[in-house]
Write a protein that binds this ligand. Structure first.
Ligand SMILES: [Zn+2]
Ligand SMILES: [Zn+2]
Length: 334
């Protein structure tokens, strides 16, 4: 397939500055990589943390974006499982070493030498990108659109968080009802969970959205739900929510913090942690998470709600995400 020499990309040159639209060369894949013509790329809260300088040491200049859906247009010589024309999703985890103690014990999400798409390697706010074959997920045709992109991070991180809540969970609280929550709720209900959705105070739209998707209860994050929770997942980057969630948790329950960045967690009385309650975080994803998740996606089947922005409007999409002004997931289309 013919590819042009240059492409448009939205580039971060310095933290705390808006992205700049630039014309730059189309990257070339190395022997283990594929070149992907991007169809769409989701805008994630992590992108916001990178642009705002809350995550340190990004590659600079950087093309952000790690919820990429696209078509392979060229492949490196050692690529064997993917072909030109295949639709793939490219997630946050861009590379792991396979050799460190984490990689060797099934925890490649914690790899010492990992590379992350749209953070330490260039991502998807562009017309083309390269990615390692082993870190691309084949997607079914139905997800070869903007609606597929939120699955690549919001979907995957939600799924990993969900897989950490423990067994025998029926009542599941979700704090922060944005992109990750709207995907996870569909999967969790498919698996017979009862969902209690917590939103920022007075966000009636998000509460209605959650109820529409099948939540049994929706309210403000400071409210107590009508029943004890067996587990809670916090997607909002707000440390205050940790003790609030703990207080609503039944004995033996787990609070999972699903975000990469969170404001400080205030101190709290030991008695709300007592009785074997657990607080934990999740970091990144493994390829196994992706394989398991993408098997379930078409079975549910998961539908995503997206708000579309052209590539050039990436800064507007980021601003809207920051102000909580996005319904479902924000996605850039090329
Ligand atoms: Zn490693
Ligand atoms: Zn993300």
């Amino acid at each position: 397939m013919d590819t042009p020499d240059s492409m448009q990309a939205m580039v971060l040159e310095e933290a705390n500055h808006p992205l700049r639209l630039k014309t730059i060369p189309v990257p070339s894949p190395n022997e283990q990589q594929v070149l992907v013509k991007i169809i769409a790329c989701g805008v994630c809260r992590t992108d916001l943390h990178i642009v705002d300088g809350e995550l340190n040491k990004p590659k600079l200049p950087l093309i952000p974006g790690h919820e990429i859906v696209g078509v392979i247009v060229k492949k490196g010589r050692e690529v064997t499982t993917l072909d030109e024309g295949d639709v793939v999703g490219i997630p946050w985890l861009g590379y792991t070493c396979g050799k460190c103690k984490y990689c060797r014990t099934g925890k490649e999400n914690l790899c010492e030498n990992a590379l992350f798409t749209g953070y330490t390697i260039d991502g998807g706010y562009a017309e083309y990108t390269v990615a390692y074959e082993k870190y691309c997920f084949p997607l079914s045709e139905g997800y070869a659109t903007a609606s597929g992109s939120p699955l690549l991070c919001a979907g995957l991180i939600g799924y990993r968080s969900y897989s950490m809540v423990g067994d025998h969970v029926t009542n599941l609280g979700i704090y922060g009802f944005g992109a990750a929550a709207h995907i996870l709720i569909q999967l969790a209900i498919y698996q017979n969970k009862r969902i209690f959705a917590f939103t920022r105070e007075g966000d009636k739209d998000a509460q209605a959205f959650a109820l529409n998707l099948g939540a049994v209860w929706a309210g403000d994050s400071a409210q107590s739900p009508p029943e004890k929770l067996d587990a809670a997942i916090i997607f909002a980057p707000v440390g205050n929510l940790v003790p609030q969630a703990l207080m609503n948790l039944d004995k033996g329950g787990t609070v999972v913090c699903g975000g990469i960045h969170m404001s400080d967690i205030p101190s709290f009385p030991y008695k709300i942690l007592w009785e074997e309650r657990v607080i934990r975080s999740v970091a990144n994803l493994t390829r196994k998470d992706g394989e398991d998740f993408f098997k379930l996606v078409p079975k549910v089947p998961i539908k995503t709600e997206t708000e579309i922005f052209p590539l050039q409007k990436a800064n507007v999409a980021l601003d809207n995400l920051k102000s909580g002004n996005v319904h479902g997931a924000a996605v850039l289309v090329m």
